[in-house]
Design a protein around this ligand. Structure first.
Ligand SMILES: NC(=O)c1ccc[n+]([C@@H]2O[C@H](COP(=O)([O-])OP(=O)(O)OC[C@H]3O[C@@H](n4cnc5c(N)ncnc54)[C@H](O)[C@@H]3O)[C@@H](O)[C@H]2O)c1
Length: 310
């Protein structure tokens, strides 16, 4: 089976690609190396790995390449609300139009698996638990482009989408702007966390479970297809303050302070149900506890500040 991953040299791709290569799939990555990253260097020795240095905004070139594949996984994007706010036109072209172009070009036989963000739920009503049927209410440009990309992909059909919780954990294209990764970094380096909107509820997922569910979707495509799935840990719906206190278990001298100033550009405040993907038989493997300990270990080595998307 031939698999194309756009944006495969990013944070998620760096976990997904090795997992698929090790399962002997033929994997091709298209990426413009936006961060000048060199993250897939361990892959070049494999016969079943190919890399194409290209920009997904070159629609015709990318679509012609994509036609040769059985499965297409569009990861290329300007990821996160702050980066999209800085480059709104590029954000629409890369996150949304490039996916629309793919959907218009690919034959119906081609399978598509797309990760989007559960920030599409925006602020939920008090006590509401967001299921896949909950109305989407994206607030930021980032959220809006991802919701639009999911819509066009699911309308095309022969597709699966995963509405990812906030991802955490270490990959070779590290991101320290993600909430858990960032809180642990601040805790380890500065022993101090200043938190705004501390009561806002979020859901979390380990990056290796994201890689596992991509493989799971490839191998169970007919069972999952034409559905969207929330994808986060059922036991990790925590407010930001609860998350900070969770981290404090491992960094006892951490000082946590609540601030009245600051605003989440996505206004993410929701509790998410992940029962639909669990009902298909998928089993999560990596806990929040493991991820926090993993990050604490990693930050002894990683220099700070070099790994933010902004
Ligand atoms: N990390 C998360 O928490 C999370 C959550 C939900 C959804 N997602 C989605 O998963 C995908 C990957 O996210 P990530 O965390 O790996 O982000 P990332 O920023 O690490 O990776 C994005 C990748 O896209 C590439 N890219 C950017 N512009 C490009 C262009 N014009 N042409 C070709 N390649 C381009 C970058 O070089 C990079 O390798 C995104 O679509 C994102 O919306 C991520």
């Amino acid at each position: 089976m031939k698999i194309l991953i756009t944006g495969g040299a990013g944070y998620l791709g760096s976990a997904i690609v090795p997992r698929l290569i090790n399962k002997n799939y033929n994997v091709t990555v298209i990426d413009n190396l936006y961060f000048k990253q060199f993250t897939l260097h361990d892959m070049f020795k494999y016969e079943n790995f190919e890399f194409i240095f290209e920009d997904v905004r070159n629609f015709k070139i990318v679509n012609d390449i994509a036609k040769q594949f059985d499965v297409v996984i569009p990861l290329a994007g300007l990821v996160g609300a702050p980066l999209c706010d800085l480059h709104p036109i590029d954000a629409v072209k890369i996150n949304q139009t490039a996916v629309e172009e793919l959907c218009n070009t690919l034959s119906k036989e081609t399978k598509m698996i797309i990760p989007v963000t559960n920030s599409g739920y925006g602020i939920s009503k008090p006590d509401e638990i967001c299921t896949e049927d909950t109305k989407l209410n994206p607030i930021s440009i980032y959220g809006k482009t991802k919701v639009a990309a999911e819509k066009v992909t699911m309308e095309r059909g022969n597709a699966v989408s995963f509405r990812l919780a906030t991802v955490f954990g270490v990959t070779s294209r590290m991101r320290t702007d993600l909430l858990v990764n960032n809180f642990v970094l601040e805790a380890v380096k500065n022993k101090y966390l200043k938190i705004f909107e501390g009561h806002f509820m979020r859901n979390y997922i380990h990056v290796q479970d994201v890689a596992r569910v991509m493989l799971y979707a490839i191998e169970n495509f007919d069972k999952l297809k034409n559905n969207s799935y929330n994808f986060g840990l059922e036991d990790a719906n925590l407010s930001k303050i609860q998350l900070a206190n969770f981290i404090k278990k491992y960094v006892p001298d951490l000082v946590i302070e609540e601030s009245k100033h600051g605003r989440d550009p996505d206004q993410r405040n929701y509790t998410v149900s992940n029962k639909k993907i669990i009902a298909t038989g998928f089993k999560f493997k990596y806990s929040l506890d493991l991820g926090v300990r993993e990050l604490i270990k990693a930050y002894k080595m990683l220099p700070e500040k070099n790994f933010s998307n902004l």
